[in-house]
Ligand binder design. Structure first.
Ligand SMILES: [Mg+2]
Length: 189
């Protein structure tokens, strides 16, 4: 049930933290080409306020969330032969807070079930939702939490081509990752 898009074009599912925001290098190993932003998405603010209250510091203002983004990534992603879709816990906040900073248009968003799914074994909690959302359509997925268990689960449960590509959250999307995605989209599936 991908929305719109060119017939036959695969989907590229985008995680924010890891591929676009190489958070694992924080605070002092920001990769070349990235810029620092301090964001206050409502979900972050609410979680911080709850945490401060739980710590007995209800009067304290929440600290903005530091995010590293590469301003070139939007154009590079848009140039790939995919329909882009957010697959991130940022959900709709990715459109409000992330997309404008890297030059992406508003994208469709995969909504996650609440509470989070608890698939068996080592399968990532996003994976069953991703597969049901793709509904058999070819997809590539970039996320820092993909493992072999997810590739196996997708092979068993997704009736179509899929590329599950783990991104190192210390570095984010690299030129090699963009090449791999372009090659996969262009190649036989
Ligand atoms: Mg992530």
């Amino acid at each position: 049930m991908g929305t719109g898009g060119e017939q036959g074009r695969p989907i590229l599912l985008l995680d924010v933290d890891g591929p676009l925001n190489p958070f694992a290098g924080m605070p002092n190993r920001r990769p070349d080409g990235f810029e620092t932003h301090r964001l206050m998405p409502p979900s972050w603010e609410a979680a911080e306020l709850a945490r401060l209250e739980a710590w007995g510091r209800p009067g304290k203002r929440p600290t903005p969330l530091p995010v590293w983004l590469n301003p070139g990534h939007g154009a590079e992603l848009a140039a790939l032969p995919f329909d882009l879709v957010w697959a991130t816990t940022w959900e709709a906040e990715a459109n409000t807070f992330i997309a404008p900073l890297i030059g992406l248009p508003e994208l469709p968003v995969i909504p996650w079930p609440v509470p989070r799914p608890t698939p068996a074994g080592k399968v990532f909690w996003k994976t069953p939702t991703v597969v049901s959302w793709a509904a058999g359509r070819a997809f590539a997925w970039v996320d820092d939490e993909i493992t072999r268990a997810d590739r196996d689960w997708v092979a068993e449960n997704h009736d179509g081509p899929a590329l599950l590509h783990r991104i190192d959250p210390r570095f984010g999307l690299s030129p090699e990752d963009f090449s791999l995605l372009a090659e996969w989209a262009a190649g036989p599936r």
